[in-house]
Ligand binder design. Structure first.
Ligand code: CP
Length: 350
């Protein structure tokens, strides 16, 4: 695999390779020196055309821990402001000897377009999607997967540990590239994935994957909607079982007996006026609170990709409670997972 742009076609073996490689880097990061010479001499360019705290910094740290040289790009101080195009910007970094480009952009498809251009030029540069519009955020979903699976088996994290676990993804699914990448990885594991949010923030997109009678959101929109049913297995050869994905317009059926709850940020910057709910009303209906977690399994864990609107999608006290919040652990996992991705791409092992 030359580029990592989406998890749609990731195989179970590839997930396990990433998880096991990340686990070995987790061990490296626990040492005093924290550094390996694996990518010495290689150049990793972080081309973030959209703002980021976690992803950009952890890709930079991951590259440095692998002894790569890093280049960081900020649109406001770059020649984009003089009219240079995105592809010409990428080609400029190519001319400096970049081996891996990590790309974030507010428009879906930009990392793919740069990858296509690199392939057209016949150069051996890997492109990694660090979040493109509402499309995908593969490294976030992989670090979420790593966070959960290392909790279940710290020695041997692997995809199948999630089989038959119930995972609720709650909130602004419509605008969430994190949800889109996570639904590929989590449903590939055999977990039951339940999406819940206000109808205005649930996408039509998922209806496109549904076949036969179960196409779209039907009935009154309450209760359970099977998206990938046993009769309509998702048409890729990579999953050994039908994907189990359910859509809810209310919180309760998604949370009931859940093992993990992923909350998502309300992406106000991507919402046109009519979509933006009252934040107080949203919290009342879909905010994750200690009280609401009583519906879940007793040892339920809560995740959030960050950044968080405190007191909106999750209550502040819950977010800071290390007994059930995995939010800090997700950020920590990000470094090991991104080391794994850069290493596997840099050494053509994925
Ligand atoms: N989760 C995530 O992508 O965070 P940043 O926008 O801070 O990178």
């Amino acid at each position: 695999r030359h580029h990592i742009l989406s998890l749609a076609d990731f195989t179970p073996d590839e997930y396990d390779t990433v998880l096991q490689t990340a686990n070995s880097f987790r061990e490296v990061l626990s040492r005093r020196t924290k550094k390996v010479p694996t990518l010495q001499g290689q150049v990793v360019a972080n081309l973030f055309f959209e703002s980021s705290t976690r992803t950009r910094s952890s890709f930079e740290l991951a590259a440095k821990r692998l002894s790569a040289d890093t280049l960081n790009f900020a649109p406001s101080t770059s020649s984009l402001s003089k009219g240079e195009t995105i592809l010409d910007t990428a080609k400029t970094y190519l001319a400096m000897g970049t081996d891996i480009m990590v790309i974030r952009h507010r428009e879906a498809g930009v990392p793919q377009a740069i990858a296509n251009e690199m392939d057209r030029l016949g150069v051996k540069v890997g492109v990694l999607n660090a979040g493109d519009g509402q499309h995908e955020h593969p490294s976030q979903a992989l670090l979420d997967l790593f966070t959960i699976t290392t909790l279940l088996d710290p020695e041997h994290p692997h995809l199948a540990l999630l089989k038959d676990k119930k995972i609720a993804i709650v909130g602004d699914i419509l605008h969430s590239r994190v949800a889109r990448s996570n639904l590929w990885s989590l449903t590939a594991s055999g977990a039951e994935v339940h999406l819940a949010g206000p109808p205005t923030l649930l996408p039509q997109l998922f209806a496109d994957y549904v076949g036969g009678e179960e196409r779209g959101v039907s009935g009154e929109g309450r209760g359970t909607q099977t998206i990938f049913s046993p009769h309509t297995p998702y048409p890729t050869p990579h999953t050994p079982h039908p994907r189990k994905l359910f859509l809810h317009w209310s919180l309760e059926p998604a949370l009931r007996d859940a093992d993990f709850v992923m909350t998502l940020r309300l992406q106000k910057e991507r919402m046109t006026g009519h979509l933006l709910p009252s934040l107080r009303e949203y919290h009342q209906q879909f905010g994750i609170t200690r009280d609401r977690l009583k519906l879940c399994k007793p040892d339920v864990k809560v995740l959030h990709p960050g950044p968080v609107n405190r007191g909106v999608e999750i209550s502040s006290d819950l977010m800071d409670d290390p007994r059930c919040s995995l939010i800090s652990q997700q950020v920590t996992s990000g470094v090991a997972v991104r080391m794994a991705l850069l290493y596997l791409m840099g050494s053509s092992k994925l």
